[in-house]
Design a protein. Sequence first.
Lengths: 380, 257
Amino acid sequence: MKPASFLPGLAGIAATAAYGAFFLHAESQAEVLGLVALAGAGVAALARLGWSERVRESLAEHPARSRAATAVALAAILALFCREHFPMLMLASVLLYTVACLGLTVQFGYAGVVNFAGAAFFGIGAYTSAVLGAHLWHPLVVLAGGAMAALVGSLLILPVLRTRGHYAALVTVAFGLLFRTFVEVNDALGGPQGLQIKGMNLFGWDFNSGIRIGDTEISFYTNYAVLALGLAALAFAVVRRLERSWVGLNLDAVRLDETASAVFGIDAARWKILAFTLGNFIAGVAGSVYGMMNGFVAPNSFTFGDSLILVSILILGGLGNPWGVALAASIVVVLPEKLQALQEYRLLFYAVLVIAILLFRPDGLLPRRAREYLPGWKPR
Amino acid sequence: MSVLLACRGLSVRFGGLVALDALDLEVRQGAILGLIGPNGSGKTTFFNVITGVYSAAAGEARFGGEDLTRLAPQRIYAAGITRTFQRSRLALPLSIFDNVMIGNHRLLDHRLWFNLFRRAALKRQLEENLEKARALVAAFSKRLAGRMFDAVGAFSMIDRRRIEICRALVSEPRLLLLDEPSAGMTHEETRELMEDMLAVRARLPGLTLVIIEHEMNVIERITERCVVLNYGRKISEGAYAEIARDPQVQEAYLGKE
C-alpha cells in the first residue's frame, strides 16, 4: 500500500484551526448559527466524499508531523486571540475539561469503571488549591490536588470493586452527592459560599496579571491557556501510551469480560484500582488549575449535573478516543457560551445532544479505533 | 506416565442443587481425556471449578503439588491450566493479536513504568510476541495469520474458535481444557478444527488435554480414555469402545426402554 501523503492531514488541521478561530471570533447569533450549520454540512459532505478517512489516515501515518502542525495551529490561535479575555478563557476551559475527561477515559473508556462523580474529583482538586495555595509552591499544589483526588477516591475503591455495572455506577453517584453536601456544611471549607483561591504563581510569574508587550496588553487568561495546553499535551501522551501497551490491553480485557480475563491471569482488581486512581489523579490536577484560574471555588460548581456533563463529553466524543474527548469538550463548553439562546437551556441541550448521539451515532463523533501499539506499527 | 491432575471427592453445589457430586478423576500427563454426558451433567461445572471460576463445596483437585480448589483463577493460569469456553468468550472489539496476547499474560511485562516509559523495550517485546502469535495462528489458518490486526468480531464461528484455542495455547500450558469445541459448527468445520488440533498437539507433545464434546465421532477419533458424567456423578470410565457399550451410559443418553 502506498503511504498516505501528509497533505490531507495538514489541510484537515488547518481547516479545523481556521474554523475554531472563526468560531471564537463570531459575535452575532446569526454568525454563530451559520458556523454551526456549516460545520454540520461540511462534516457530512467530507465524510460522504471519503475525505475525512483520508485525513485520518494521513494523520495516523505522520504522527510527528501531525503533532508539530497541531502545535503550530494552536500557537496561531493563541497569537490571534491572546489580547482578549473571553476566547482565552474558553480555550483554557476546554483544555482543562479535556484533561479531566481524559482521566475519566482511563476509568470508563478503558477499564469500564463508570464514574458519575467526575465533578467531585475535579472539585477536590480545586478545594486543594484553595486550602494549600497560600502555603505551598504552586506546582506542588497542583500535584497535591491530583493526589488528594486519588486519595479520596481510594475510599471508593472497595465498594466499586465489590459491585459491578449499574451498582458500581450508583456508588459513584452517591459519592458525588455526598461530596457536595460535605463541602456545603463544612465551615472550614467555606460552606455554601466557598473559598477564594490565589492565582497561579510560578517563580514570580503571576498568572493573574496580564503581560504588557509594547502597546499590547495580553490577557491574563493566556497564561492559563498555555498552562492548560501543556497539561493537556501531557495527559494526552500518558493516556495514549497507556492505551497502546500491555496495560491498556489488560484494561480492555477487564472491561469486556472479567471472568474470561481472570482465567488468563488478569487480576481485575489490580487494573481497576490503577485506572480509578490514575483517572482521579488526572481529574484532580485539572480541577486544581481550574480553581486557580477562576479565583474561587464553591460547592455549586460540582453538582451531579456537572458530573453528568463530563460523562456526556466522553459519550459524545467516542468512548476511549482522546481526540474525541477534545472535540466533544470544545462543543460542550463553547457552544452554550456562544449561543445565548442555549445558555438558559444548557442542561436540556446536553441531554438532547447525548440522546441524539446514542440514537444516530452510538460510538460517538470520533469512534475509538483498533489499538495501534506504536504509531504506524501495523505489520501485515 | 505420571498423574497430572487428580480429583478426589470434588463437589460443587448451587444452593440445593448438586452440580458435581464427589467426583474422582485422574488425568495422566500427556493424555487426551474425553468428558461426556448429557446436558446438565456437570461437565462445564467441572471445568469451572478446576479453573477457579466456581469454588468447590468439598474435595480437592491436585495439580502438581497444589490443591486447585484453594487457588484464585489467576494462580491456576500461572500454574499452567488454560481453557476455552463453550460459548466463545473472546474480546470481540479487539484484534486477533490482542486476544492472543490476553492468553499470553503470564509472559508479558505489566509494570506501569515499563509500559509508559520504556517504549523501545516494549517495541521489542511487541515484535517478538507478534511473530510468536502469528506462527501459532498460522498453524490453524494462514488466512487468519494475515489479518492479525482485524477485530475478532468480524470473523466466523469457526475462526473465532480457532482464535480462542490459540489464546489458550500461546502461554504453553501443561493442561488445556476444551469446552465443546464443535458447538455451533457443521460436521465439516468440526473435522477441520480437529485436524488442526491434532497437528498442533503433535508439535507440543507434553500437552495434556481434557475435551468436552457431544460429537461422538470426535471423541472416538481423538481421545484415549473417556469419563461419562450424569447428574454430577461419574457413571462410567474407559476407552470409547468400552463406554459406548456400557448399559448405564446408554441409559443416561437414551433413557430406559
